[in-house]
Design a protein around this ligand. Structure first.
Ligand code: BG6
Length: 488
């Protein structure tokens, strides 16, 4: 992650009046402004097909901040921020309309950063439109995010369309989990602390769990979600990305090439899940009506606009084996679901039990050490250890205690930003380390496609689980078969 002088940018948001732009991008840009992280001369150009003026766009941005900022708008910051905004009405399917961009951006003095906040079927039009108006140069960048396809084939099609116009090093593929503070902290934890560097392998680790649970349902996104499902929506990207950070070999440095190449090696070493193993190694679930935080909530099939016969999964659990020297015999268990009892994202590294127990008075079986990395909601790291209970009477008594490094306590003065702020900033600064390479995405699809096609082949129906629970009982059985249990 380099430190250089940054050029001001013309950030062009295609789909500026859409949900992603209003809920995430404009909010994150305002926060960057607030913390003085935008170059003074950077401009934000909203592009959409609706009849709107720059003044109208400024008003829309203000309303978005009122709705989604979760904070009061600072008038002074807003005045500065709003001056950066302008709007162009372009029908993205009409190549000749892109000419308007020539007058709006200044490719000689600034870098043009093109944020594709639209559905992928429009990518081809945008790429061709940009090419035909001649506004791009070697410094221009494009930013896109999931869904980058729904399988390997469609993902390749999208990447091919983009590759016709942008060179791979101009393409910034976002997975917003890679902007989260604790995911980045994994690099520090693993590669700056000798107690972990030497113990991070099959000699000392028994197994690793990755949990990403959300108490929300599908939030009115039935159409998108039902075609996608939890495997493609969450596991293919966010969970596999976390896994690569946990499992990768030490990179030579923090450059994009070094990090990407180590992550790809992990993805290539994932053992494919075959038709024969899929029932034993994976669990598909779908939530039924239940209670979340004391509130009654409908089942997936009763959500607004639902197709009552849908067999889309809202929960997945999977046992992952990584076929390489470091991880031979160490399973990674991953689970992710909608309508879990609370929002919880965490990684639990379970160390091996000691070979012999001399503290039988305290524990028949000595509990093994655990490293728990909380990604959200409360960022931090806990280490579960055994300590002697203070006292002079009788035998040594042990108790399990927690070494607790809560980020909000330890780093009180440092604000923890959301993923988008970090990633937008990196895209504006031209640092691709935290973005996904084409090869990574395609490798992840190859592995996920094997599960999806095994489910289709076996007609694996999702198992019901009540909203407000951690998935179907089969998810407990997935670990119980191996003599293990989820961290609760
Ligand atoms: C998105 C998924 O990528 O991530 C959503 O499409 C999900 O379904 C969201 O709710 C979760 O993100 P976060 O940052 O709230 O954990």
């Amino acid at each position: 992650m380099t430190n250089k002088t940054f050029k001001p940018c013309d950030l062009v948001i295609y789909g500026a009046l859409g949900d992603l732009s209003k809920r995430k991008l404009l909010i994150s840009l305002y926060r960057l402004e607030k913390h003085d992280l935008l170059e003074a001369d950077t401009r934000i150009i909203g592009v959409d097909r609706l009849d709107e003026t720059s003044e109208g766009f400024v008003e829309i941005a203000h309303k978005s901040l009122q709705s989604f900022l979760n904070n009061t708008i600072d008038e002074q910051i807003w005045q500065r921020f709003s001056k950066r905004l302008s709007y162009l009405k372009i029908d993205l399917t009409q190549a000749e309309q892109y000419k308007q961009l020539n007058a709006a951006v200044d490719a000689k003095k600034r870098v043009m950063v093109n944020y594709f906040a639209v559905a992928p079927f429009l990518f081809k039009n945008i790429c061709q439109g940009l090419q035909s108006c001649g506004v791009l140069n070697a410094e221009s960048r494009m930013v896109m995010e999931k869904p980058i396809g729904h399988d390997l084939k469609s993902s390749k099609e999208i990447n091919d369309v983009v590759a016709d116009v942008f060179h791979e090093d101009q393409v910034y593929r976002i997975d917003h989990y890679l902007g989260k503070e604790t995911v980045l902290n994994l690099l520090a934890l693993r590669f700056a602390n000798s107690i972990f560097t030497t113990n991070w392998n099959h000699n000392t680790i028994d197994h690793i769990q990755i949990t990403v649970g959300e108490d929300i349902g599908i939030e009115g996104r039935w159409d998108y979600f039902d075609k996608t499902g939890q495997l493609r929506d969450m596991l293919q990207n966010h969970l596999l990305q976390i896994l690569t950070f946990v499992a990768m070999e030490p990179p030579a440095d923090l450059s994009a090439e070094s990090i990407h190449s180590e992550k790809i090696k992990v993805l290539k070493a994932l053992r494919p899940i075959t038709v024969r193993e899929v029932e034993e190694k994976t669990v598909r679930g779908q939530y039924t009506a239940g209670f979340v935080k004391g509130q009654a909530v409908p089942g997936y099939l009763e959500e607004e606009g639902a197709n009552t016969k849908s067999t889309t999964e809202t929960f997945v659990a999977v046992r992952v084996d990584i076929d390489n020297w470091r991880w031979a015999g160490v399973p990674f268990y991953m689970r992710t679901g909608k309508r879990t009892p609370n929002k919880r994202t965490e990684i639990v590294v379970n160390f091996k039990q000691l070979p012999h127990n001399i503290f039988k008075d305290s524990f028949h079986d000595l509990p093994a050490n655990k490293l728990v990395i909380h990604l959200q909601p409360n960022e931090g790291v806990d280490v579960m250890m055994l300590n002697k209970v203070p006292g002079i009477d009788g035998n040594i008594k042990l108790q399990q205690t927690k070494l607790d490094l809560s980020f909000s306590e330890t780093f009180k003065k440092n604000r923890i930003f959301g993923g988008y702020e970090k990633l937008i900033l990196e895209a504006l600064r031209g640092n691709p380390t935290l973005f996904l390479s084409r090869e990574e995405i395609e490798q992840a699809w190859t592995w996920v496609d094997s599960i999806q096609s095994a489910w289709s082949h076996n007609h694996t129906a999702p198992k019901p689980y009540p909203a407000g629970s951690w998935g179907p009982v089969a998810s407990v059985a997935l670990l119980a078969r191996d003599g293990r249990a989820w961290e609760e």
